[in-house]
Design a binder for this molecule. Structure first.
Ligand SMILES: CC(=O)N[C@H]1[C@@H](OP(=O)(O)OP(=O)(O)OC[C@H]2O[C@@H](n3ccc(=O)[nH]c3=O)[C@H](O)[C@@H]2O)O[C@H](CO)[C@@H](O)[C@@H]1O
Ligand SMILES: C=C(OP(=O)(O)O)C(=O)O
Length: 518
């Protein structure tokens, strides 16, 4: 993938300017061209060409140069990125599923419980994680990517300082709400957090979080864009905490509050979803006792203080695995999806089988967290038919709500009419009608239900990313199957949850270019 220009100054001029920046940064670091080449595993003549502006540079190479020179100037952070997709594509080859966004963000929040060093292995290097790292850094937490495997080291300070919190970063992610559980124990009696942000999926209540934390003595009022929290540490849960919704992050907040509460807490109607399980396994490594992992009743015996150097490997992302399955299905491709967390995909695969999807799966093996069952999946081009019944999500072990949008693009390739019922989010189904701009026939019956008529003859078009992660990826996948050139603008929303998705699809044979307006 190559950076292209949308301005009039010309490609050569742009490459020359980048080359100058790299030369200046190298000199500033006191390195010779040869020394920089050695750091990058390339030749001195390649560095010479880059500095002279005679070399096309991939974003990955620019990132590596930035890391080698410890220099922001080649990070090219400014301006939105867009994708240009040429189709239709047939994919081939193998791809590994990366670790999940949702476990990643939960574990970053949970690291605040620990006074010791947390090392997280192969963390998804995505914008959602970057925003949380910015917030953690602003509290005085030291974080460091320690190698090219995306292993991340987190060292909290003795005392957290919330006075300089990076509110701008915090407001771009909803996950910051999971700071409440740890901060209840680690902050002053009175503290403030900026309102949580994230994708535009309609109203997402925070009330279940507040009522789950109230039994631990946390009282939160929301005014002027801030949560004003008051912790009364003499209050302890006297009876089981019954969640009113089986939410993932609310369960995680309750777990984190319970982890530093030295008594035993019972959490009922807990989510047993994948990210909650990863959090439980991490907390167990910290010495917190948890019974019932994978069920809806969690019994947690916390600790007065946690000060452990811990090493944990979050598991692979079922939503990324589903995204890759959808990519294979809509492009009628045979690919191998390695490291798919099968226990969180079983219902999705059963539904796909009912629609006529053909695939093979390997023997199961265990993820690096020592618990989650993985398989390799080999997809085959399949003629799909619409399912007889509606497709709808349920809390785990149901069809995952974040996987539901992928069934829209899959249904659009199937013969017949498919109904999809998203009872969870007020706004997400609406964005699925963006598929119509590429030739889809998606009818919004009401804000929660769509009817999809297939099969579709996809045609390339230019559109903005819908302001929601999964629908944006769904549009990108339809573009892979679309005839001609498509442009997808403003892809931050995709980078929020996927690491190098365009590059990785390109490595399977997709024709995708990233470009910016500068
Ligand atoms: C960082 C993270 O882990 N994010 C996930 C988490 O967000 P998170 O846990 O923040 O999800 P929310 O609490 O916002 O719940 C999502 C929506 O579902 C509704 N709801 C949820 C549970 C329930 O039993 N009844 C009910 O009505 C909520 O009111 C809300 O409208 O869970 C969502 C639902 O699985 C996923 O889409 C998100 O990817
Ligand atoms: C809705 C999602 O996540 P978040 O909770 O980060 O908005 C998602 O992953 O699709």
């Amino acid at each position: 993938m190559t950076i292209h220009l949308a301005d009039t100054s010309g490609d050569a001029d742009y490459k020359g300017r980048i080359g100058n920046l790299i030369r200046d940064a190298r000199k500033h670091r006191g390195l010779t061209q040869l020394q920089l080449a050695e750091r990058l595993g390339t030749s001195q003549s390649a560095i010479n060409r880059i500095e002279k502006g005679h070399q096309n540079l991939s974003l990955e190479m620019l990132a590596r140069i930035g890391a080698a020179l410890d220099s922001e100037i080649v990070a090219l952070g400014a301006g939105p990125t867009h994708l240009r997709v040429k189709g239709p594509t047939t994919l081939s080859g193998s791809i590994d599923v990366k670790t999940s966004k949702n476990a990643g963000v939960a574990l970053l929040c949970a690291s605040l419980l620990n006074r010791g060093r947390t090392t997280l292995r192969k963390v998804a290097r995505i914008e959602e994680v970057n925003r949380l790292l910015e917030v953690l850094n602003s509290l005085g937490v030291q974080t460091r990517w320690i190698n090219h495997d995306n292993d991340l080291e987190i060292v909290p300070p003795r005392d957290l300082d919330l006075s300089q919190i990076d509110a701008a970063a915090a407001r771009r992610t909803r996950s910051v709400i999971m700071f409440l559980g740890p901060l209840l124990h680690r902050a002053d009696d009175t503290f403030e957090l900026p309102y949580a942000g994230g994708c535009n999926l309609g109203t997402r209540t925070v009330e279940p979080h507040l009522s789950a934390l109230r039994p631990f003595g946390l009282d939160v009022k929301a005014t002027d864009g801030w949560y004003h929290a008051q912790a009364n540490r003499t209050v302890q849960p006297g009876r089981p905490i019954v969640l009113t919704e089986r939410g993932d992050t609310v369960t995680e907040n309750a777990l984190m509050a319970a982890a530093l509460h030295p008594g035993t807490t019972v959490i009922r109607n807990a989510s047993s979803n994948y990210m909650v399980q990863d959090l439980c396994f991490y907390l167990q490594e910290l010495g917190v006792e948890i019974e019932g992992v994978g069920t809806t009743t969690l019994t947690v015996t916390g600790r007065e203080e946690i000060d452990v150097d811990v090493d944990y490997s979050p598991s692979e992302d079922p939503i990324e695995a589903m995204s890759l399955l959808a990519a294979a299905i809509v492009t009628r491709s045979s690919i191998t999806i390695r490291r798919a967390p099968i226990e969180f995909l079983e219902i999705e695969l059963a539904m796909l089988e009912e629609m006529g999807f053909r695939y093979e799966r390997s023997e199961e093996y265990v993820a690096a967290n020592g618990h989650t069952r993985l398989v390799d999946l080999v997809t085959h081009p399949s003629d799909l038919v619409a399912p007889r019944d509606k497709i709808h999500p349920m809390p785990f072990p149901g069809l995952n709500i974040d996987n539901l949008p992928f069934f829209a693009v899959i249904a659009a390739t199937a013969h017949g009419q498919t109904y999809i019922h998203d009872w969870v989010y007020d706004n997400r189904a609406i964005y699925l009608t963006d598929l119509n701009k590429l030739g889809g026939r998606v009818t919004l019956l009401d804000p929660h239900r769509v009817q999809i008529e297939g099969p579709t003859s996809w045609t390339g078009a230019e559109l903005m990313c819908p302001p929601a992660l999964r629908p944006a990826v769904v549009v990108l996948l339809a573009m892979l199957a679309s005839k001609g050139t498509s442009v997808l603008r403003g892809t931050y929303v995709i980078h929020r949850g996927y690491e190098d998705l365009a590059e990785r699809l390109s490595s399977l044979g997709a024709d995708i270019e990233t470009f910016r307006d500068i």
